[in-house]
Write a protein that binds this ligand. Structure first.
Ligand code: AMP
Length: 383
């Protein structure tokens, strides 16, 4: 079986590794031919991920060379051309389906889909200029986040507002040329006072079977994930209801593959923030802490191989290495710490690696995590 994989970053690297272990050949679509996944995949096509086949950017040969002989296609990121994914779907089965990718690419459509699925979302409103932002502020309030509808991630494309003065300052920057309304507009969202950030990573296959990994607690610093920990105790009814509604929604889309739902816990309720139709950073701990990793289950789902158990093997945590490389010699002092290095050049706020930890008892995990956090600094603020 031959799998086509769009994207060559660390998620692609871990997906390709899982596929190859299952005996599946992988052909990569790589934007520059230099990403983390390229080292595992000599069979790769180099062309931009915003490639539009109609315009033949990169040449129709890249598209044809990629499609030739593939059984199925998947992707490791949602910031790629929907046109490319739709064109591929006419030639080869693509999972997850382009319709869900389209929702995940647009915060406004995504929020509407989450609300329609019966999940609570933060009060929000669309805006695309001063007038519509003023209207949105009236319904959402001034303690808010202005987020671009498209292409925002890791805190990029987000502005924090606390007061009418912040609003004036931001739009003043517009006059000075520092702030520009994106063509697709923004969503203004109420900034919630949450107790915790949580995520659910689960996989559905074409037969309708699910494998849901245990809920994960996540800590972000300056918009970037710093640590994850799982399994965690949650308000039981809220977690079960959220999971059931998400599964119904995935059934209604005949979703195939892994998906992550990010939520805020607010006074015992779970408020949905966003979905990612792919494997997710908050599921990296599953490489060591679950019977089957999110990467293997995604490959199993899209290749029709049946899902493995998503049960936890004990307690696990993950720390992201962001901006500054980790020192493997120092890590050796922390028993069981496993480094996954993405072989990337260091750059401020760039994810360079992650480290997984496993333990049998809560206290042991807490102290190992504290030792690791002392060695691996949290992500820095954006400049
Ligand atoms: P996002 O790009 O939507 O995943 O946001 C990145 C991070 O910003 C989240 O992980 C939260 O830490 C924070 N954040 C996003 N939306 C909200 C919100 N409505 N209220 C409070 N914090 C938020």
């Amino acid at each position: 079986m031959k799998l086509g994989l769009l994207g060559d970053g660390q998620l692609g690297w871990m997906l390709a590794e899982a596929a190859q272990r299952l005996g599946i050949e992988v052909r990569l679509w790589s934007a520059a031919g230099t990403g983390t996944a390229v080292r595992l995949c000599p069979d790769h096509v180099v062309a931009p991920l915003d490639y539009a086949p109609a315009e033949a950017a990169g040449g129709p040969s890249a598209f044809d060379a990629f499609c030739s002989g593939l059984d199925v296609v998947t992707y490791e990121l949602e910031h790629l051309s929907l046109g490319l994914v739709e064109a591929l779907a006419k030639r080869v089965p693509v999972h997850p389906a382009p319709a869900v990718l389209a929702l995940a690419q647009d915060r406004w459509l995504e929020k509407a889909a989450l609300a329609a699925a019966g999940l609570e979302v933060a009060p929000h409103a669309p805006c695309a200029d001063r007038k519509t932002l003023e209207e949105a502020l009236r319904s959402v309030g001034y303690r808010a986040l202005l987020k671009t509808r498209r292409d925002g991630y890791d805190g990029k494309g987000q502005w924090r507002l606390d007061s009418p003065e912040d609003f004036e300052r931001l739009l003043g920057a517009e006059d000075a040329g520092h702030f520009r309304w994106p063509a697709s507009g923004c969503v203004l969202e109420r900034r919630l006072r949450f107790d915790r950030e949580l995520s659910l990573v689960l996989t559905r296959d074409a037969s309708g079977a699910f494998a849901a990994h245990p809920w994960t607690e996540n800590r972000h610093e300056h918009g970037i994930l710093y640590t994850s920990r799982a399994p965690v105790a949650l308000p039981k009814a809220a977690a079960e209801e959220t999971e059931a509604r998400l599964k119904d929604w995935l059934d209604s889309h005949r979703y195939v593959g892994t998906l992550a739902l990010e939520c805020f816990e607010v006074d015992g309720r779970l408020v949905a923030n966003e979905i990612a139709p792919r494997v997710h950073n908050s599921g990296h701990w599953t490489l060591d802490g679950a019977r089957t990793s999110q990467f293997e289950n995604h490959i199993r789902a899209v290749c029709g191989l049946g899902l493995g158990s998503a049960e936890a093997r004990g307690l696990a945590a993950m720390v992201n290495v962001v901006g500054v490389p980790a020192n493997p010699e120092l890590l050796a002092r922390i028993p069981g710490a496993r480094l996954y290095d993405y072989a990337k050049a260091p750059r401020a706020r760039r994810k360079l690696a992650h480290i997984n930890l496993c333990a049998d008892a809560d206290a042991a995990l807490t102290s190992a995590l504290a030792a690791l956090e002392a060695l691996v600094p949290p992500p820095e603020p954006a400049q």
